[in-house]
Ligand binder design. Sequence first.
Ligand code: NAD
Length: 498
Amino acid sequence: MHTDTPSSRVFDNYVAGRPLPSATGRSFASINPTTGREWGRFVDSTRDEVDAAVQAAAAALSGPWGAASPTRRGRLLMAWGEKIAAHAEGIARLESAQNGKLFAEMKAQANVVKEWLYYFGGLADKIEGRVIPVERPSVLNYTLREPIGVVGVIVPWNSPTFLSIMSCAPAMAAGNTIVLKPSEVTSASAFELVRLAEEAGIPPGVLNVVTGAREAGEALVDHEQVGKICFTGSDAAGRAIAARAGARLASCTLELGGKSPNIVFPDAPVENAVVGVLSGIFAAAGQTCIAGSRAYIHESLYEQVVDRLVQRARAIRLGDPLSADTQMGPAATAAQLQKNQAMVARAVDNGGEILYGGQRASVPGFEEGFFFQPTILHRLKADNPIMQEEVFGPVLAVTSFRDEDEVLALANGTKFGLAAGVWTRDLRRAHGIARRLQAGTVWINTYRAMAFNSPFGGYKQSGIGRVNGMESVDQFLQTKSVWCETSDEIQDPFVLKV
Ligand code: NAD
């Protein structure tokens, strides 16, 4: 069932409605993490190649996209959503072959993004200015909400289509045009997205795709004609991007990593909490920004819950992500596998103990694959690096606690603030804790829920700004204040009124 493409194929950049072959012939390989074999090759874009894409986006902005009515833009986004859903299976196959995540998950994501495009397509003609009641009644002062211009969208490998649409949909609804730089690990599906956008009637140049790694991203961030960067990725890259963008005063939306806690109180619905903790960290092999990588379990339930977690982790079936029987695929890259191994080893060096897992896993038929066992660690002090740094792998740290104040201090005690889970039947406690948690999303008796109309983003070093929901459109708009004197009067500062 594997879809290894001939490895000689080089995917060209896609600019102004056409494939744009590399001028230098520089390319890089993407590796199928399940087989360890080369899957395809992509253009390693230079600054000039990134510039060509920005020029195309700028031309589309002052051309057909700028001229389209907001209603028309919205309809085109909706039509794009239909097309993507109709091709969800093919997109998922490309993504799964590149990042090793379950085909079923990638397909569900490619299918659900239509909801995002319907929602933001619907919002396109509801972006309104205001009339301001300024002091002088003869003056009409109103605001226009205008697109920023060309938006550079940079995304990671874990959910390529989902995260690209989360950024592109509000940006395009607001009237901007896009240069999308997918991750060097998962570049292929972006070309499907742009092909389908144009099939849906979105004019050439509105969405352009350039591939490459950090250097291509930096060229996009540095480009004077890119008015806004919408970045999803690691906190380290986010910090570097914000500094570069800041150097030329371009604005950024940053969706970064996390070290999210799941807190299980004594009155929790225990079996649901076990499922929530388990899926929070082991679904997607932990390769999700909202991974619930720290579980704080009340001492009265600690042994019971930890035993269940180990039992369930032991039963997780590792294997080919394209197979419906598989519950966990490999790490997406050899580097991510090494990071999992190194961070677990460091946690143990710092006094932690392995309750389950901690090793590279061997999967029959896929001996070269980058598989890692679901891993549970305990006896970890709050300053153990694994309690502070994101692994982005299937590694759960469990800790017991006694009371609310103690667990809040622990839960809030990292630089991150992306998400948190609270498990309790006591609603007063649940909402009280939700207020005191420093996190952009708090889930009570559930985990990993997300919707196109509910804002998502990070507190502290998990990010700046929000995707999803109405406020995400605001991040791609700038406000112009227009003043119009409607009477024949003119205020002349050189004529003194007595
Ligand atoms: P990464 O930061 O290494 O790379 C992300 C993207 O940025 C890639 O396209 C990469 O080529 C590019 N890039 C890297 N350094 C850059 C630089 N200095 N300048 C410009 N571009 C640069 O992240 P990754 O390993 O691809 O993805 C995993 C990370 O993404 C995790 O930290 C995860 O938590 C985060 N993430 C966050 C969210 C969210 O919504 N908050 C969602 C998914 C993933």
